[in-house]
Design a protein around this ligand. Structure first.
Ligand code: SF4
Length: 330
């Protein structure tokens, strides 16, 4: 599978800010390493879930991929070519973002037609505007599309609003969609429908999808591969089935303890004891060690690895075919 998107050793830092995005709190004046050396690929027609708690840097990574944040170092390649100022406009047409909150993403004073047509106008695509808007709405499951043209966001359900947002992305005929928590603000009853829609778009339009989520249960439902992020780094990545049934990293195991399918609920709560992640104070050695059950419960010491956990940064190593983990015990 040839990669559509490649992220290489990406670093994003914020200096002297307190609020850094969903749950990402840093100390005033200290540099926050929100994304701290990330490599990630998304292949053609591939669905990759980027998972982790609030504040792990996943939304910052997604926003940087979209060109909404500037990386301090590293590269982002689209179809093998680095994105830079020159190709940014074409890139932004090819890679579209769907945000978490459909109500916030839509202008309440714009009709559905205006909202979906906006991207075409921004990119100077004036030919057959009405046909393109109708096609995008139909692809997003709003049929017959003409019935929705003159409606305003407040006249739609939450699920319909998210479909309009998705139509606004589809109208530009992108090759990839980055979806940031695309169903977390929707009623449980429509979450499955929106996830099915995204998968259908992958199958029918050949889209690649990067889905940012705090919910490993969702990743389980939709993803081909899962990347788990902790404090700015990917700590485990591999085929979804492998990562979710045979997790190698203690952090992934902790996240899996609370997926709803296993009787827990990760939404809005910390999954582990200890200090919440603070990107201005990244611990030495393995950054997960202050919260790691393997250290706290003595297994790392019993295996003679505790000194490495506390002092040596674990590399992301391939432990099984295509399955990588950054843990001295893996
Ligand atoms: Fe835990 Fe050590 Fe593995 Fe880090 S390297 S996750 S501290 S066992």
């Amino acid at each position: 599978m040839s990669p559509v998107l490649e992220v290489q050793d990406l670093h994003v830092t914020f200096a002297g800010r307190v609020g850094l995005g969903a749950g990402l709190l840093g100390r005033r004046g200290a540099e926050a390493r929100a994304v701290d050396g990330v490599d990630l690929t998304v292949g053609e027609r591939e669905v990759v879930a980027l998972a982790g708690e609030s504040g792990c840097g996943k939304t910052t990574l997604a926003r940087t991929i979209m060109g909404l944040e500037r990386p301090r170092a590293g590269r982002i390649l689209f179809e093998g070519r680095p994105i830079g100022r020159n190709g940014l406009r074409a890139y932004r047409r090819n890679v579209q973002m769907v945000f978490q909150d459909p109500a916030g993403a839509l202008n309440p004073r714009q009709t559905v037609y205006e909202s979906v047509a906006e991207g075409l106008r921004v990119h100077g695509l004036h030919q057959d505007e009405e046909g393109r808007v109708a096609q995008a709405l139909a692809s997003a499951g709003l049929r017959p599309p003409e019935r929705f043209f003159l409606l305003y966001p407040h006249e739609l359900s939450g699920g319909q609003r998210q479909r309009v947002v998705i139509a606004g992305a589809l109208v530009l005929e992108p090759k990839m969609i980055v979806a940031d928590e695309p169903v977390s603000m929707l009623d449980a009853s429509v979450r499955g429908e929106i996830l099915s829609l995204l998968l259908r778009l992958r199958d029918e339009l050949g889209l690649a999808l990067l889905i940012v989520t705090h919910d490993l249960g969702l990743a389980w439902t939709v993803a081909d591969r899962v990347a788990v992020m902790y404090l700015g780094k990917i700590v485990e990545v591999g085929p979804a089935e492998e990562v979710l049934t045979r997790p190698l990293h203690p952090y992934t195991r902790a996240l899996l303890e609370v997926v709803p399918e296993r009787g827990g609920d990760l939404a809005g709560r910390r999954v582990l004891a200890g200090e919440p992640p603070d990107p201005t104070r990244i611990p030495p050695g393995c950054r997960f060690h202050p919260r790691c059950p393997e250290v706290a419960e003595g297994r790392a010491a019993a295996l003679g690895q505790e000194h490495r956990c506390l002092g040596e940064v674990p590399a992301l190593r391939e432990i099984a075919p295509g399955h990588f983990a950054a843990c001295h015990l893996a």
